[in-house]
Design a protein around this ligand. Structure first.
Ligand SMILES: Cc1ncc(COP(=O)(O)O)c(C=O)c1O
Length: 480
């Protein structure tokens, strides 16, 4: 059979005007006249794996061709489409590369999906902690030497997992980390949920596929023009087993993927293949103009480009230049207040904010005018700021003391108590601020007096502290 090279969206359009009677799922029957929401959401194109289309977990037709095109675009051995975000790919990747009950080297500032994967796989993680940058209160890059040390001390570890770039845009030296791991026959999984764009131009750099990581997971929806939930998983090298990975992907993905999502990934891949030079030149130009425009900021600091680049500092390997990280340190407003002001007074919604910074995400969908609008607002806010009366330095969180493994904690009896009384008890919960979703505390770790103060201070400062059983911040589940 000749390969089906049609754009998926074209195949869906053909189907929608055909006379084929849909005596199959989904229940809206592509009848957009049934209700307004179906028309608005494009239900006439919403199908799953029917005859003439393809099976996401065993692709041999239109999806298979599309995924080959994606692999060629990123330069991976194989690329798989994900319809439940990077989350599904991370769960599948960790499981494919690990042995149940085994061990893994995990960089501690990973997203909660990595911790969920560790728990599901019964992995006892050996954590490597990147330094916390005192000046800006964000994690710096993980040092390859620290990974190497952890690998030497834990010869049984079956994989290395890290996030690069982080939510804040900090990139680690993936090539050096891969070299240490591969020399020992250990695969590397990179959560590159925020970095699907990194490999496409020299302006952005640090992409993990080209750096040789074995499995790389990217959320297309975060930085590229694709619908929410869409992501890709790349497989590289010879260490990771293709068949295992495919089995795990099928395990963690729905058996009814919506073709609205797969058509979106297909179209995004084609758009990049055909027009990435134009799209990226415009994006780079808009970012450069923004950088020049905000050069006059007196109080706020943009940790991004040019002479103010974080890359000049030894603890930062690289910084993702698509992220506009605005530090409020040394000023009389917090990152949370800056975010609120931008929203309320300028109609600008940022991605996230923390105590000492706020984060704007940019993408090829941004115009130069959009970035200048943000720049104008920042200059105006900046002109009215004063130096901080109370310093809110980003202190490093205390190292947690692990008493039980994640699996042991998950299998133990739990009791909910007031946080006040939790000193010395062992947590049965994850505690995190979302975004970025990096756990402050995980099950099996001891709750110290210092941590209790940290939690109180965080919730007092307006950071939305969350916990697995939704008890934070007043109460917490601990082991009985
Ligand atoms: C670092 C990181 N990894 C993974 C994820 C999960 O990505 P998704 O929302 O595509 O499932 C996120 C989500 O914010 C993230 O920030």
């Amino acid at each position: 059979m000749p390969a089906d090279d049609r754009r998926i969206i074209d195949a869906l359009k053909e189907l929608s005007v055909s006379n084929m009677l849909p005596m199959h799922m989904p229940g809206h029957k592509r009848n957009a006249g049934l209700a307004d929401y179906l028309r608005l959401l494009g239900a006439e194109y919403d199908i799953t794996e029917i005859e003439g289309f393809d099976d996401l977990s065993d692709a041999r037709g239109i999806l298979s061709r599309s995924m080959e095109r994606a692999a060629a675009l990123w330069g991976s051995k194989r690329t798989y489409y994900l319809v439940n975000g990077s989350t599904g790919g991370i769960l599948a990747g960790v499981r494919a590369l690990s042995r149940r009950g085994g061990s893994a080297i995990v960089v501690r500032n990973c997203h909660k999906s990595v911790f969920n994967a560790l728990e599901l796989c019964g992995i006892d993680p050996v954590f490597v902690r990147p330094e916390m940058d005192d000046e800006y209160g964000i994690h710096s890059s993980v040092r390859p030497g620290e990974i190497e040390k952890a690998l030497d001390c834990n010869p049984d570890a079956s994989l290395v997992v890290l996030t690069s770039p982080t939510y804040e845009g900090v990139i680690s030296d993936i090539a050096a980390i891969c070299k240490s791991a591969h020399d020992r026959g250990v695969p590397v999984l990179v959560d590159e949920a925020h970095g699907a764009h990194l490999g496409f131009s020299d302006f952005f750099s640090g992409g993990a596929v080209k750096a040789g990581a074995d499995i790389v997971i990217q959320s297309l929806h975060k930085t590229l023009p694709s619908l929410t939930q869409t992501a890709v998983a790349h497989l590289n090298g010879e260490i990771a087993d293709q068949r295992e990975f495919e089995r795990e992907l099928a395990l963690f993905q729905t058996s009814s993927p919506s073709y609205l999502l797969t058509a979106s990934i297909d179209a995004c891949v084609r758009l990049l293949a055909d027009e990435k030079e134009r799209l990226f030149v415009n994006w780079e130009r808009a970012l450069t103009r923004f950088d020049e425009f905000v050069a006059g900021l007196k109080n706020l600091k943009i940790l991004m480009h040019g002479s103010r680049s974080m890359e000049k500092r030894a603890d930062f390997h690289r910084f993702d230049r698509s992220k506009i990280l605005i530090s409020t340190l040394g000023t009389d407003i917090s990152g949370l207040e800056l975010k609120k002001t931008l929203r309320r007074e300028y109609g600008i919604e940022l991605e996230m904010a923390h105590r000492n910074y706020a984060l704007a995400m940019t993408a090829p969908g941004d115009t130069e005018e959009a970035l200048l609008r943000l720049g104008r607002a920042l200059l105006e806010i900046d002109a009215n700021l004063s130096p901080a009366k109370v310093e809110r330095a980003g202190t490093a969180p205390a190292a947690r003391h692990k008493v039980y493994t994640l699996a042991e904690a998950a299998n133990s009896e739990k009791v909910c108590i007031p946080l006040e009384d939790a000193e010395g008890r062992i947590s049965a919960e994850y505690l995190f601020v979302y975004p970025p979703g990096v756990p402050l505390l995980i099950p099996g770790e001891e709750i110290s007096a210092e941590l209790i103060s940290e939690i109180k201070e965080m919730s007092g400062s307006g950071l939305g502290l969350k916990s697995s059983y939704k008890t934070a911040p007043e109460r917490i589940f601990v082991l009985k």
